[in-house]
Design a protein around this ligand. Structure first.
Ligand SMILES: Nc1ncnc2c1ncn2[C@@H]1O[C@H](COP(=O)(O)OP(=O)(O)O)[C@@H](O)[C@H]1O
Ligand SMILES: [Mg+2]
Length: 266
């Protein structure tokens, strides 16, 4: 997918997510120090960077789980920092997937994918059930609809969480390290689902340490450090030929964690 693949009704050149001059402080700690970038309709942008650099805070500002201190965040054509914006309506157009799956343990996969559709979108039981089945099928879990979270692997639980977000019909999906809590052998299935979504034209902003995913799926990679975008560009450029020393240092740690651990002991 490229930014040229516009969706119907999407004005030309308008980003699905446009972030400009975004700053966020917690007390005296300035965590985001003026962030600017855009995700075009149908684009996949991966955000990489060290722990504590502000990646989660950035995503949380996009769907207003955090209120920006200044700057603007425009999502699907709505300025979410405008006090008059209908935030609940905008949030419904944004799907979010976190590192932790947060499924209800007493509900089956089907029940977990139905509940927000019923409560938030007021869909009737039959429609919510039909849409839940479709989306569980889409993430490869047609045979697990009656399973409870405790009966599912971490990777399957995360795929239920993705189906739950998709069932709400989002125009944009935000992922915050969706595979970081998974055993290595379960990561591939989740990334496979995300790759499928990207191929179907979903607009995605993904925080990840999975460099092979970023390299193969992202249209652009954004490297953040200490609350600022250090560099951004096509994955082949940022990952394989970074311009900045900080990016190189980070990548060498992520791509070769054992070497980094040895370095830490010095
Ligand atoms: N709710 C909060 N209150 C105070 N400080 C916070 C809060 N959320 C995040 N921070 C701080 O913001 C910085 C960036 O955190 P975060 O966005 O989670 O980074 P990352 O996701 O890149 O690891 C960290 O120093 C963290 O301690
Ligand atoms: Mg984080």
């Amino acid at each position: 997918m490229t930014s040229l693949d516009k969706r119907p009704g999407e004005p030309d050149g308008r980003g699905a997510i446009e972030i400009s001059g975004l700053r966020k402080s917690f007390g005296t700690n300035e965590v985001l120090r003026g962030i600017d970038f855009r995700v075009g309709p149908g684009e996949v942008v991966c955000v990489i960077g060290p722990s504590g650099s502000g990646k989660s805070t950035l995503l949380r500002c996009v769907n207003l789980l955090e209120e920006p201190t200044s700057g603007s965040v425009n999502v699907v054509g709505v300025d979410v920092t405008d006090p008059d914006a209908d935030i609940d309506a905008v949030r419904r157009r944004i799907g979010m997937v976190f590192q932790s799956f947060n499924l209800f343990p007493h509900l089956t996969a089907l029940g977990n994918v139905m509940i927000a559709q019923r409560k938030v979108l007021k869909r009737d039981k039959a429609e919510a059930g039909r849409i839940a089945r479709e989306n569980l099928e889409r993430v490869g879990l047609a045979d697990k609809i009656g399973s409870y979270p405790a009966q599912l692997s971490g990777g399957q639980q995360q795929r239920v969480a993705i189906a739950r977000a998709l069932a709400m019909g989002p125009e944009v999906m935000l992922f915050d390290e969706p595979t970081s809590a998974l055993d290595p052998e379960l990561v591939g299935d989740v990334l496979g689902v995300m790759r499928g979504l990207a191929e179907q034209g979903m607009t995605m902003l993904v925080v990840t340490h999975e460099m092979s995913f970023a390299r193969e799926v992202a249209d652009r990679v954004v490297f953040m450090d200490a609350g600022a975008v250090v560099e951004e560009g096509p994955p082949a450029r940022v990952i394989d030929d970074p311009s900045h020393e900080r990016t190189r240092t980070f990548l060498s740690r992520v791509l070769d964690p054992a070497a980094a651990r040895v370095g830490e002991g010095e």
